[in-house]
Design a protein around this ligand. Structure first.
Ligand code: SAM
Ligand code: DTB
Ligand code: SF4
Length: 334
């Protein structure tokens, strides 16, 4: 670690008030993020909530609905993923959905109150024939008046631009975890490949949606490493999904020791403090979370969720349960 830069960066931290750094381009060392995660819980949540209120509607939650446009049979080896062909998880492979199927799902999501529709595909990355279908889907969903998002894996040069030209608002591509833990989870693509795809998305003028997964057996230091990587992207992502590992039988990570839910809440708070203006999404894993833990996540600065009965292949809380939770907390959809 470079102690000089740590000192400078900490000085920036010290000079700020309890509400933290407000300069968007500020650098966060892993040590600084770890010291955030080490903060007494009440102090951490207070600081996160204070920053949250400076930049966002304190009681607003953005709703994104997911659809898997191409399911299973993926050649990659992501250790958490039920869609990797090499693991036997019981996911039925499904060819690409038709345009009609996608448009009616998007219209239903809109009618339910979602503002963004995110299309996911179990690919290493899209081939050109896939791109033709994807751009058609993006155009059609956009014309319903929804925000569009896609998560299709690694992009080759030119592909981000094609998606942008079709009206794609956000591209989701996660760093997943800290660089030093990454190779224990995925070997078929490198961390740098992900950073390259994110850069292409930026260059094409598309908003970046990038986050990770916690509960994969990583240390608190690795959670700090993930948050620092995200926060130091320049600029940091507009949208930051924090996923809790959904353990799926047949994947290598099935049976990983459970993470203390309060560690998850701390991770959300660190994301909020280090990326004040981002939408921080309480993402996969909500079905297994109590209302109380989710409420703490909103208090810690989460202001977006995946909304709809299914994520890609696994379950998400029923929309009725989510409506009841939002009502109970006095939260409204953005
Ligand atoms: N195939 C593309 C890719 O990997 O970029 C897009 C879809 S992939 C399923 C999108 C993200 O979903 C992954 O990067 C990972 O962060 C998340 N994810 C997948 N399986 C998960 C699980 N079991 N629990 C939590 N998050 C998961
Ligand atoms: C993200 O960060 N989480 C979503 C979305 N982006 C694509 C996916 C979660 C997938 C959970 C496992 C599944 O349903 O297959
Ligand atoms: Fe494939 Fe994406 Fe799953 Fe990795 S996370 S196995 S790339 S679908």
């Amino acid at each position: 670690m470079n102690l000089d830069s740590l000192t400078i960066s900490e000085t920036q931290n010290d000079s700020s008030s309890i509400t933290g750094k407000s300069d968007d381009s500020v650098y966060w060392s892993v040590a600084e993020v770890q010291s955030l995660l080490d903060t007494p819980f009440n102090d951490l949540i207070y600081r996160a909530q204070s920053i949250h209120r400076q930049h966002h509607d304190a009681n607003g939650v953005q709703l994104s609905t997911l659809i898997s446009v191409k399911t299973g049979g993926c050649p990659e080896d992501c250790g958490y993923c039920p869609q990797a062909a090499r693991y036997h998880t019981g996911v039925d492979n499904q060819d690409m959905l038709s345009l009609d199927e996608v448009v009616s799902a998007a219209a239903a999501a809109k009618a339910n109150g979602a503002s963004r529709f995110c299309m996911g595909a179990a690919w290493r990355g899209p081939k050109q024939r896939d791109m033709d279908k994807m751009t058609e889907m993006v155009r059609a969903v956009k014309s319903l008046g929804m925000e569009t998002c896609a998560t299709l894996g690694l992009l080759k040069p030119g592909q981000a631009q094609q998606l942008g030209d079709a009206g794609l608002d956000y591209y989701n591509h996660n760093l997943d975890t800290a660089p030093e833990f990454y190779e224990e989870i995925i070997t078929t693509r490198q961390y740098q490949d992900r950073l390259d795809t994110l850069q292409q998305v930026r260059n094409a003028g598309i908003n970046v949606c990038c986050g990770g997964i916690v509960g994969m057996g990583e240390t608190r230091l690795s959670r700090a490493g993930l948050i620092a990587q995200l926060a130091n992207l320049n600029p940091y992502p507009e949208s930051v999904p924090i996923n809790h590992l959904v353990q799926v039988q047949g994947t290598p990570l099935y049976g990983t020791a459970a993470l203390d839910p309060l560690e998850f809440v701390r991770t959300i708070a660190a994301a909020r403090i280090t990326m004040p203006k981002a939408m921080v999404r309480l993402s996969a894993g909500r079905q297994e979370m109590s209302d109380a833990v989710q409420a703490l996540c909103f208090l810690a600065g989460a202001n977006s969720i995946f909304y709809g009965d299914k994520l890609l292949t696994t379950g998400n809380p029923e929309t009725d349960r989510d409506r009841a939770l939002l009502d109970k907390l006095g939260l409204h959809a953005l």
